[in-house]
Design a protein. Structure first.
Ligand code: PLP
Length: 415
């Protein structure tokens, strides 16, 4: 079977498209998404596999932008297209991933990073205020990109209140759940899915939490026609006799590249090999391991938690200044036994311990914790030695002088 499908989708490799339709509906059911995201539903919704979360976000941003231009040209015929495009504006939180800002750069549309509340959550009232101010200034709000599971601390934006604002003000709402989407599959994480039935699009990286190898980023659209209408550019060599004759989507209109890879095959294999229950227990295992790590942190008074443990992520720091956190991380990175990265919020640096890997075990968490806490012990010992050094030197000099003096006395006596 050809791993790459090009150009005329139905003709070149129908299995590639048809299997993608099937696995995206499996996934939507597995993640308990609303029925309207399934290809099998009566409506215009459906899912597609993109290469990365960045691509999925960019597709949503571009489609929302084109839809806004179309509707604004209808309501404001006096404005030229370039005048409309010059007024477009988008929103996200200051906790969102760098790919959101990048999508704004690529789409030539400013994305305002709104301040998240103290608990790192973006809520509707902040968005509403920003939109109202911008509308008063003559701008045209296009899209809000919310995050479920921010990169820094895995915080969850308040989708319900953001959806209230977006629906009322006709703004596209996209949810980037690149990491936390895996939690949607669990009954005990129902809260995570609150409001998702009201969003226009969302994405989740199967290569992050679902044991599918890189690259595989699922994206769902409530109304795929909005993307197809925005991106449909035809040429004579792309036309074929089966066009418009079936319910099978032409995914080339749902993405940036023309050709596509057979990513559905690896999703199909993963589901067939591990089963839905196997995948759910994988996610549960990562949560349990993160809880095990969190208990280590809480039981050692030299450390503090920075944010609540969320899924497989624990954000913590050694008590003290940022320099202390940076020095501990540097030691750990130089030893190369474990890998972590730093993050910063409200001027405080912290460490992110993320459980990952195919087969992480409690013994791996113990190993990592031992490495971290013994390196903190060593760092503290070095610091206290360094702090005591000047007095030590003078103490030692005094000691040796006294010793020498008493030695020479003994020597003289014995002669
Ligand atoms: N969104 C979030 C919340 C992420 O954590 C990340 C990466 O870590 C991304 C987007 C970017 O993902 P990708 O590399 O698939 O573009």
């Amino acid at each position: 079977m050809h791993a790459k499908q090009t150009l005329l989708i139905r003709i070149c490799s129908p299995a590639c498209t048809e299997l993608e339709v099937v696995v995206m509906d499996w996934l939507a059911k597995f993640l308990k998404l609303s029925e309207h995201f399934q290809h099998a539903s009566d409506g215009p919704g459906g899912g597609v596999i993109q290469g990365s979360a960045s691509e999925a976000v960019l597709v949503a941003v571009l489609a929302a932008r084109e839809q806004a231009v179309i509707s604004c040209k209808e309501t404001h015929p006096e404005l030229s297209e370039s005048e409309v495009r010059g007024k477009l504006i988008a929103y996200s939180s200051d906790q969102s991933n760098s790919c959101i800002e990048k999508a704004g750069v690529l789409a030539a549309m400013p994305i305002k990073l709104l301040p998240a509340d103290d608990d790192l959550i973006l809520r509707g009232n902040t968005l509403r205020k920003a939109i109202e101010d911008d509308v008063a200034a003559g701008l045209i709000p296009v899209i809000c990109i919310a995050t479920l599971g921010t990169t820094g601390t895995c915080a969850y934006d308040d989708i319900d209140s953001l959806a209230d604002v977006c629906q009322a003000l006709n703004v596209w709402l996209h949810v980037d759940a690149a990491y936390a989407g895996g939690g949607f599959a669990l009954e005990e994480c129902t809260e995570l899915r609150r409001g998702l039935d009201r969003v226009d699009s969302l994405n989740f990286n199967l290569h992050k939490f679902m044991l599918v190898n890189f690259d595989c980023s699922a994206m769902w659209l409530k109304d795929a026609n909005k993307v197809v209408d925005s991106f449909n550019v035809d040429r004579i060599y792309l036309k074929h006799k089966h066009e418009g004759q079936s319910q099978i989507p032409d995914f080339r209109h749902w993405q940036i590249p023309l050709g596509r890879r057979f990513r559905a095959l690896k999703v199909w294999i993963t589901f067939r090999t591990l089963g839905a229950e196997g995948l759910r227990s994988h996610v549960r295992k990562h949560i349990a391991l993160a809880q095990q790590f969190e208990a280590f942190v809480r039981n050692d008074s030299r450390f503090e938690m920075v944010a609540p443990q969320a899924l497989g992520l624990v954000c913590f720091r050694p008590r003290g200044d940022n320099e202390h956190t940076a020095q501990l991380l540097q030691r750990l990175m130089e030893r190369k036994k474990i890998y972590m990265v730093k993050a910063e919020h409200a001027g405080r640096q912290f460490l992110r311990f993320a459980v990952c890997g195919m087969d992480a075990k409690p013994s791996d968490i113990e190993f990592a914790w031992t490495e971290i806490e013994t390196q903190l012990t060593a760092l503290l010992a070095e610091k206290s030695l360094a702090a005591r050094k000047p007095s030590n030197v003078s103490e030692l000099t005094q000691h040796f002088q006294m010793h020498l003096a008493s030695d020479s006395g003994t020597h003289e006596k014995s002669q």
